[in-house]
Design a protein around this ligand. Structure first.
Ligand SMILES: Cc1cc2nc3c(=O)[nH]c(=O)nc-3n(C[C@H](O)[C@H](O)[C@H](O)COP(=O)(O)OP(=O)(O)OC[C@H]3O[C@@H](n4cnc5c(N)ncnc54)[C@H](O)[C@@H]3O)c2cc1C
Length: 522
């Protein structure tokens, strides 16, 4: 059960301050939580702090693909593709309840596209070696239309079908958070690193602050890992204020449409739009995701706002490839994330900056892990813990995550129906249903999300706000922003009962959520 009362938080503060941590990780996205798993599984005493909710940053706003990256193949970055394909296979093995195979079709409108992309995708299969999810195949025009009944048929020549991985990013992140906890790590959301502390010019600890009670704690840690994504420079500059920025944030948005724009279970991948971008149309949780864009930003708000030209770009391009042309009023939700790209100079085109990760160790011992992709989080975590453990001479233990099953692991999870994404935790939700029949009630008739799921996430998954529940433990805000606003009072009531909060808290909580949810509506 999660800590909720201020008294319990005080007790927690004492425990945290009295522990001499081996590893303190800043940032609760894919990179930070992956690092917590790696550290804890090697037996290191591990603490992770996240200033907001786990996944509030970029890690909830991906295209939901566990992939080698066909685009990186186009850029000739074979080592990145091979590394990501290896990670894809490891993740599908360790989290089969969340990561699955998805078939993509590249439609061809020019005579040369079939052989050109066909050879490229054969190479993609070859690079995956034994770990391939299935062979890519050429499709005739008729076969392409059979798989994609709403594809634009004018000038269509045929297509190529290939396989990649798909997931639910924050459900995986939540499973990872539970995995790290099961291994003995302590993970705190709504806890911000406010300062680093030093002895003889070496970092020996940090000041962290609970964002809900404002309680500050002074932590001692042998090594601190900066896994704050696009915010990495802020932490680097807390260590040494004269450092220049090396992160460049590039915004990518997705629009979410009803599934009838692309019925069936196949995704579309356009490797090269007229203005040289990659476009995906992907079925996800009964809706259609279309993305993404690549817009360099100069500042990085946690709730980054989609720009009008980005929305227009996606609507216009979706219209080029689909027979039914989507308009603004068809958009159920828009979400926007910022890619954490590491620069070595000052490249102007963010699409060209490498997605490889970089590890930096400062003179005073701050270890920063930057860049990378969701797909490669495990390898990034392994690399950074190798560096950090050597730096401060922690006992030498090899990474154990290659064969570590993630929380909820269940190969037959589809038997749990709409609860399959929880893996074996579905049994706990089903037990809640038997304890109280009302927990089976749907929170809205159009979506198969029950009151039991909400209660489960409050009790076991550290959800503390309406947004945690509707954006990241369930995905309703990402699937239908208007409906998420409609159900917000009901969710607030459940939260208030579970967390023992009063009417004033409840009202503020609803207002806060509506403000955020409105940014998901065009
Ligand atoms: C549009 C888009 C689509 C993408 N699609 C894919 C995809 O399909 N597949 C794929 O593999 N990759 C994809 N990526 C890349 C992937 O999402 C990112 O590489 C990954 O999520 C980065 O994770 P992170 O943990 O490094 O950063 P984040 O998820 O941003 O986590 C950093 C965290 O640090 C916290 N933080 C910052 N400062 C502090 C502080 N002082 N104290 C405590 N916490 C702090 C932040 O609140 C944040 O939650 C996509 C990226 C974008 C933008």
């Amino acid at each position: 059960m999660d800590i909720t009362t201020t008294e319990e938080k005080r007790q927690m503060k004492t425990n945290i301050e009295n522990t001499h941590w081996d590893v303190l990780i800043i940032g609760g996205g894919a990179t930070g939580i992956g690092t917590a798993i790696d550290a804890a599984s090697r037996g290191y005493k591990t603490l992770l702090v996240e200033q907001s909710d786990f996944g509030k940053g970029t890690s909830s706003k991906s295209t939901k693909l566990i992939h080698g990256g066909v685009r990186y193949l186009q850029q000739g970055n074979l080592s990145l593709v091979m590394e990501a394909l290896k990670e894809r296979a490891i993740l599908k093995r360790n989290a089969p309840h969340i990561v699955h195979d998805l078939q993509f079709i590249v439609p061809n409108y020019d005579w040369w596209e079939g052989p050109f992309y066909g050879i490229g995708l054969k190479l993609y299969d070859l690079l995956a070696r034994k770990e391939s999810f299935g062979d890519s195949i050429f499709l005739s025009k008729e076969e392409t239309i059979k798989h994609l009944p709403t594809i634009e048929q004018k000038d269509l020549q045929g297509g190529i079908l290939y396989h990649d991985g798909q997931f639910d990013d924050t459900r995986l992140l939540t499973s990872m958070m539970r995995t790290a906890e099961n291994l003995g790590a302590t993970l705190l959301n709504y806890t911000k690193l406010v300062d680093l502390t030093k002895t003889d010019h070496q970092i020996t600890g940090a000041i962290i602050q609970d964002q809900q009670t404002a309680l500050k704690s002074e932590i001692q840690a042998k090594v601190i890992i900066n896994a704050t994504g696009v915010y990495a420079d802020k932490i680097r500059q807390k260590d040494k204020s004269s450092l220049t920025n090396i992160m460049k944030g590039s915004q990518g948005i997705h629009i979410v449409l009803d599934k009838d724009f692309l019925p069936g279970d196949k995704a579309i991948m356009i490797p090269h739009t007229k203005d040289g971008r990659v476009l995906f149309a992907v079925p996800w949780h009964g809706k259609l995701l279309i993305g993404t864009t690549d817009t360099p930003l100069d500042s990085y708000p946690l709730d980054s706002i989609p720009q009008k030209q980005e929305i227009d770009f996606l609507l216009n391009h979706a219209s080029e490839y689909l027979v039914k042309n989507p308009t603004l009023k068809d958009i159920k939700s828009i979400f926007s994330g910022i890619r954490p790209l590491v620069t070595d100079g000052n490249p102007s085109n963010t699409a060209e900056i490498s997605r490889e990760h970089k590890i930096e160790v400062s003179d005073s011992g701050l270890v920063s892990i930057m860049g990378g992709k969701w797909t490669t989080y495990r390898k990034m975590a392994k690399d950074v813990i190798n560096v950090a453990s050597t730096l401060v001479s922690l006992p030498r233990v090899k990474s154990k995550t290659q064969h570590l099953k993630l929380h909820g692991y269940d190969r037959d999870a589809e038997n749990y129906g709409h609860l399959s994404i929880y893996g074996s935790d579905a049994l706990i939700i089903q037990k809640l249903y038997t304890e109280n029949k009302s927990y089976q009630e749907l929170i809205h008739p159009a979506y198969s999300i029950t009151k039991g799921q909400i209660i489960f996430s409050i009790r076991f998954e550290k959800a503390k706000t309406i947004e945690d529940l509707l954006a990241r433990r369930t995905r309703l805000l990402f699937l239908d922003a208007v409906v998420s606003i409609l159900v917000a009072p009901k969710i607030a009531q459940i939260l208030a009962t579970e967390l023992n909060k009063g009417p004033k808290w409840l009202q503020t909580e609803i207002e806060n959520f509506i403000k955020i949810a409105n940014t998901y509506i065009p």
